[in-house]
Ligand binder design. Structure first.
Ligand SMILES: Nc1ncnc2c1ncn2[C@@H]1O[C@H](COP(=O)(O)OP(=O)(O)OP(=O)(O)O)[C@@H](O)[C@H]1O
Length: 245
């Protein structure tokens, strides 16, 4: 039990989705006061239970809409589960998906400091990390450009560089590697391997079975919000491949 770093217990997540077409905010307010809005409950995750061990590189597999990103957001504390709980026994790196956590109107430099402040780092600590973040992202020439002008690959470079600079206990990587170019993907993979060697636990979501197979040691397979299987990486990838191809 001592080696557990992330514990997911009886976890379920329900989203309420409106079933009507509402075109203006005014219309929404009128319908809301008249109690004319009906919701459909949608359970994106249903009764999930598993544990991730210290130092593991853990993959999450599943088709589009299976619930992978929702699960990561709950683990990262961005979303609160409807039922159940997640316990993380360590320091979690921020979940920086494409665009999330950034203010598009601000420059890359300002966004680095903004993320630092959100994480609770002082300006002095961020000054210390700033050069390493910029160097890893290779965005030296774009550091004073508002990031709304960035490509998705440039967002990913900045996000990954901020998330990995502080050597967290748990790092969550959600498809970030997919949009970087080949060279940057390799650099990220090497950085992830280096972090694992120094004890970081990594949770990875990727649609590339090859990438999950080559990087991870264990994985969980989600299907329509349910946990289908958890196990050793080759067995999981073979099962996933044969089930859906
Ligand atoms: N905020 C939300 N409100 C309503 N439904 C949501 C919300 N976020 C996610 N969902 C729904 O929950 C389900 C799971 O979504 P999620 O993004 O977790 O899937 P995923 O496995 O990451 O998919 P993909 O591989 O396409 O990224 C989907 O059906 C999605 O429409």
């Amino acid at each position: 039990m001592n080696n557990v770093i992330v514990e997911i217990k009886d976890l379920s997540m329900c989203f309420n989705m409106t079933t009507e077409k509402i075109t203006t905010f005014k219309e929404y307010l009128i319908k809301l006061t008249k109690k004319q809005i009906s919701y459909n409950e949608f359970w994106a995750l249903k009764d999930i239970n598993f544990q991730i061990m210290k130092g593991e590189l853990f993959g999450i597999l599943g088709l589009n809409g299976a619930g992978k990103s929702t699960l990561l957001k709950i683990i990262a504390g961005v979303l609160k589960p409807t039922i159940g709980e997640v316990n993380v026994f360590g320091r979690m790196a921020p979940l920086i998906e494409l665009g999330a956590g950034f203010d598009p109107e601000l420059t890359a430099r300002e966004n680095i400091y903004l993320n630092g402040a959100v994480l609770g780092y002082s300006k002095k600590q961020m000054n210390k990390n700033f050069d390493a973040i910029v160097a890893f992202s290779e965005l030296e020439n774009f550091i004073d450009v508002p990031i709304k002008n960035f490509s998705s690959g440039m967002y990913a470079r900045l996000g990954f560089s901020i998330a990995t600079v502080t050597n967290p206990d748990v790092l969550i990587v959600d498809e970030i590697l997919a949009v970087g170019d080949f060279k940057f993907q390799q650099k990220c993979e090497n950085k992830i391997k280096e972090m694992i060697e120094s004890g970081t636990t990594v949770i990875l979501v990727s649609h590339s079975i090859d990438q999950i197979r080559s990087l991870c040691t264990r994985a969980a397979l989600l299907e329509k919000g349910c946990l289908l299987k958890v196990g050793e990486i080759n067995e999981m990838c073979d099962y996933y491949y044969s089930k859906y191809s």
